[in-house]
Each structure stands twice: as C-alpha cells, then as structure tokens.
Design a protein around this ligand. Structure first.
Ligand SMILES: Nc1ncnc2c1ncn2[C@@H]1O[C@H](COP(=O)(O)OP(=O)(O)O)[C@@H](O)[C@H]1O
Ligand SMILES: [Mg+2]
Length: 258
C-alpha cells in the first residue's frame, strides 16, 4: 500500500499542494491526471521523498520523510518527467545506475533483460546522448525497472513511480510501456503513473486521482472519476465520456474552451 495523508508542499513561498490525501494499492495501476501545473509532479516528488512536505506519506509502511535513501531505493524506483543526463554515459551505464541503487547489485544480464523489456535490445553500448527522445525515455524506464525488477520482494510489493512515462513515445511504444506497467502490477507490484492521455488511462488504469490547482478533486475507480462533469471542470473545457460496450471508455472533446 502507498498512502499519503494531508500532504502540503510549499515551494518558492507558494502552496503547491494543499491537504492532499492519496492512496494506491499494489496489483493496480493508479493514475494521477490533471491539467498542466496542477501539482502532479510535485505530488510524485512528495510520495518518493524528493521534496519536503508536511503530512504523512508511507510506502509499504515505510515513512517516506524519515526513511534512508537506500531503504526507499530498495522499495520504489522513479521515472522522472525530465530525463536529462549531464555526463556522456552509455545506455548500459544508465541502466546499471538503477541496479546499484536497488537490492540486487549491478549485472549485465539484468541490464540486457531490462533493455529488452523496453524494446531496446542491443542498445547497451550506444551513447545515451545519441538516442532519440523516445529511446532516452525508454532507457530511463529500463533503469527504473532494473532497480525494482521483482514486483514483489522478500518483504512485500515494490513500486514503480512514473511521471508521464509515455509522453514522447509513438503509439506502439505507448502500448508497450503501459503493458509493461500492467504486467508489473498484475505480478503483485504497485504502479503510480502521472498520465496526460485520458484514453490510455481509461484503458490501463484501475484507479485514478484527478488533481486541479494543487488539490485532489476526486480519487477512485476510473469509471467513477471519469465523468463529463469531473473532467470538464478540472480541465476547463467541455469533455464527453463515452463507452463502447462491454467495457471500453473513451473521452472526446465536445467543443472548444468552455
Ligand atoms: N521548485 C519550485 N519552485 C516554485 N514553484 C514550483 C517549483 N516546482 C513546481 N512549482 C510550481 O508548482 C506548480 C505545480 O507544478 P508541477 O507539480 O510540476 O505540475 P504538473 O506536473 O501538474 O504540471 C506549478 O505552478 C509550478 O510552477
Ligand atoms: Mg509534471
């Protein structure tokens, strides 16, 4: 279980998150959606212990504010929204960084398996900076995956925490990455993902938190949260939620800005 209560984050003298309650269960993909600047990345950074907050956040009982960095690293890995790398690393070196932060110790076999899992077999020796944006993003996902390779470890579920994991990917790679996340969850791990694509969210997530202006509008099963009214209000444009029987939900814009 990942659980946060009454999270408030102050940055640059502004309250970026206000009294946020958030929960995610292992075995599911929990999506965080909401407009630009609503605080999605800030919420993830609080949940992963990368930004200070008041309130309480726990990952499998581990107190995020007080845990040691290596305790957190063994329990959850993070794919950041921006994945710039300052030094001329190879792809394999980036993936190794994840493993040595995790519990298993670095190994070239796991590196290759993680790269294969994101469709980058054989990319290991290539300079990271020579890759396309989408390939860099998938390299970072392989790094995160290698860190918590086992969805369930000796003392419970591990967590993948992903900030816009499909943002610069073509549709086939979007599906590949979301399927990877779903497989991780189905094997007992936990996944929290910030998503912009509401249709992909409806297709893959079981639970969703809708954020606007630094507060949770509502959180729950996708079909409860994705209503015309909830989405239209949060995104300040007219959206229609439709369903194709038996169970495919899709969202279309109804008109220009309300
Ligand atoms: N370090 C910071 N200092 C001041 N303001 C920040 C900082 N980081 C984020 N913000 C502000 O917090 C708000 C939420 O940002 P963010 O969580 O990145 O939004 P989202 O991921 O939903 O687009 C934005 O208005 C952003 O400008
Ligand atoms: Mg963001």
């Amino acid at each position: 279980m990942l659980k946060a209560q009454d999270l408030t984050v102050l940055l640059g003298g502004r309250e970026i998150l206000r009294g946020v309650d958030f929960a995610a269960k292992p075995g599911e993909i929990t999506a965080i959606v909401g407009p630009n600047g609503s605080g999605k990345t800030t919420l993830l950074r609080a949940l992963t212990g990368d930004v200070g907050f008041s309130g309480d956040a726990r990952i499998e009982g581990l107190d995020v504010a007080r845990a040691k960095p290596w305790e957190l690293a063994a329990r959850r890995s993070v794919l950041s929204q921006f994945t710039g790398v300052a030094f001329p690393f190879t792809v394999a070196e980036i993936v190794h960084i994840g493993q040595s932060a995790g519990v298993r110790g670095a190994g070239s076999e796991l590196t290759e398996r993680a790269l294969a899992r994101v469709g980058l077999s054989g990319f290991g020796p290539r300079p990271y900076h020579d890759l396309s944006g989408g390939e860099q993003q998938r390299t970072q996902l392989a790094r995160a995956l290698a860190q918590v390779w086992d969805p369930v470890g000796g003392d419970g579920p591990n967590w993948l925490i992903l900030d816009e994991p499909v943002a610069s990917l073509d549709i086939a790679h979007q599906l590949e990455v979301m399927t990877l996340a779903r497989d991780f969850a189905r094997a007992g791990g936990g996944v929290v993902a910030v998503m912009h694509d509401l249709n992909l969210t409806a297709m893959f997530a079981q639970s969703v938190a809708l954020l606007a202006l630094g507060e949770i509008v509502t959180q729950g099963p996708v079909d409860d949260v994705f209503t015309d009214q909830n989405l239209s209000r949060a995104y300040a444009c007219s959206l229609r939620v439709n369903t194709v029987p038996p169970a495919a939900t899709y969202i279309l814009p109804h008109a220009a800005r309300a």
